[in-house]
Ligand binder design. Structure first.
Ligand SMILES: [Mg+2]
Length: 221
């Protein structure tokens, strides 16, 4: 069956992508770091079981205010738990866990030829350093914005999108944002006039601007 032609977005100057869950599998690197690797270090330090360590560490994560950028920073938690290992080395040691979705590189290759692209993510620089290296992901992007580290903001709210548009010197309608969070990658940007596509790889959501694979971005450009 031929894919029905979508109405294309016009005059797009920049396509911005969310990172975790959109380009990079969020259940790999970050999750393993917070729920396996860090608890293992904690278990080693206190000579307790890994299971117990995971319990204790997770309890502390949820006690702390998630509204603070530090909550997303490995460095903060290494200090908090008094772990002597170097967090950067620990992340480096597990970088082979990072997985880029298989539809990503082929799509970026095609888009790269005709479109300026950026990444807007709340992933911190510590993680980004390794994530953007995988399959040389960073070569496709003009800019990588970590809202947490560059803008001290953990949510991609209206204010953050407006600030980014201002920095990029473009109008909302000249941007297309693509991401996997229904609220912060889709509803929020659309509210201020940014075009958006919602990535739902689980195929649970239906809609004119819902895509199940990144390759479908090509239908709108
Ligand atoms: Mg995401």
């Amino acid at each position: 069956m031929k894919i029905k032609d979508h109405k294309k977005f016009e005059n797009i100057k920049i396509i911005s992508f969310d990172l975790d869950g959109t380009l990079v599998d969020k259940n790999t690197f970050d999750k393993i770091f917070w729920h396996k690797v860090l608890p293992e270090l904690y278990a080693k330090k206190h000579k307790i079981s890994i299971k117990k360590a995971e319990e204790l560490v997770t309890k502390e994560y949820y006690k702390a205010p998630q509204s603070h950028p530090n909550w997303y920073r490995p460095k903060h938690w290494f200090k908090f738990f008094d772990l002597k290992e170097d967090h950067e080395q620990v992340l480096e040691g597990m970088k082979e866990k990072i997985k880029v979705y298989k539809d990503v590189i082929p799509t970026l290759k095609k888009l790269h030829k005709k479109q300026k692209m950026i990444v807007i993510t709340h992933s911190t620089r510590d993680f980004l350093k390794f994530k953007m290296e995988v399959e040389n992901l960073k070569q496709y992007f003009d800019k990588i914005i970590s809202t947490t580290d560059d803008l001290e903001a953990i949510k991609k709210d209206e204010k953050i999108y407006k600030l980014i548009l201002k920095k990029l010197k473009i109008k909302p309608e000249e941007m297309l944002h693509v991401g996997d969070n229904k609220v912060f990658d889709f509803e929020v940007p659309r509210k201020i006039g940014i075009n958006a596509l919602f990535v739902d790889r689980s195929e649970k959501t239906k809609g004119k601007f819902v895509i199940k694979s990144l390759e479908q971005v090509m239908n709108f450009i």
